[in-house]
Design a protein around this ligand. Sequence first.
Ligand SMILES: *Cc1c(COP(=O)(O)O)cnc(C)c1O
Length: 439
Amino acid sequence: MDKRSLPSVDRVLRSPEGAALVERHGRVPVTEALRALLDDIRAGAMPPGGLAAALAARLDVPSTLRPVFNLTGTVLHTNLGRALLAEAAIEAAVAAMREPVALELDLEAGRRGERDNHLRSLLRELTGAEDATVVNNNAAAVLIALNTLAEGREAIVSRGELIEIGGAFRMPDIMERAGVRLREVGTTNRTHARDYQAAIGPETALLLKVHPSNYRIEGFTAEVSPDQLAAIGRHLEIPLMNDLGSGTLIDLSAFGIPGEPTVREAAAAADLVTFSGDKLLGGPQAGFIVGRADLIAAINRNPLKRALRLDKIRIAALEATLRLYRDPDRLAERMPTLRLLGRPHAEIRALAERLAPGVAGRLGVPVEVVDCASQVGSGALPVESLPSAGLRLGGGDPEALAARLRALPRPVLGRIRDGAMLLDLRCLTDPEGLLAALE
Ligand SMILES: *Cc1c(COP(=O)(O)O)cnc(C)c1O
């Protein structure tokens, strides 16, 4: 292309290629991209392949929020959007997006209703708690609960539970923003009932227990159980709040995750329990607060509630997700997240054996089937790892290979382990799709 003979914007837009781009992207973006391209050419940057192709390349930018293959081995990957929703939840969300819904309308009485009511009775039924409310995420649940129960006063927390979770959720910072003074007790590895008892005074508004989520203290340790802590608070009328983090409505031992307390167990001891919608529960992002009706009522009266509330799409998806928990026997087939967590090693290994030649052929690198360990992720159960299998990709710099896989139209995300790229196949549900993506 010759700089001096550059066509006018108008002429390009009227050419068949230009008109096709306008049809696809709209006049304004095409004009802007074309002006910028012509400026670049005048400044000396000659695009290979001609003007029309260069213009099309500028406009055909895929969404940055596009589907990816999660072969990282972390099932609930926060950076990849955590839980995959059940079909019932997806359908409910789509319906709520497409049609008006009775979000804040009491259909029986014909009066204004509460948006949380769609979830309240289900949450009561599934957790045994007296009442429940929902907000934007669990960080918001902790924030509003602390602010409502203890603003201007003290909350007592064990030093072993002053956690930081990825993405700048630090318990001491959240407490400060909630206007609550932190009263630390015990030591990192050991906290006793007498530590809490000695710290309780006229300023104490709350006893707080926090699930350590993404780390574990092992060895010479002691902690006070929620039951004991509730008993300490009860006769002094100091409520206990238990931030479960992930939170599960069912016993997950059958899915290879033992020892995680259920929300029902936690709610039997604590006055309030907070937990996430999009971690082990397998729904959309949300934060639940369940517990004593008077405390839930106070939280609902907090003006922050309006700022942290959910929209109809997520309420619809949550309701559909919670309904599935009424039939625990069929959860594994209906909930993708639980299905992936419980996927047997033999099945993943067989998948790896089957895919290895196709992946090797398409990538042009040596591929080896290996056993590995997946993680639950999202701060849920840091230590438990789930026996899995995957493909170890050889042939040179793993960082370069990772970059190549990220650059695909449907990016493939693995992890680098022992100096090689590893694709953990636990979360691969569309093997043919993966092979097509690697073409
Ligand atoms: C994950 C987690 C949170 C934050 O929950 P989000 O739903 O990510 O906002 C808070 N507390 C604990 C203990 C957690 O594990």
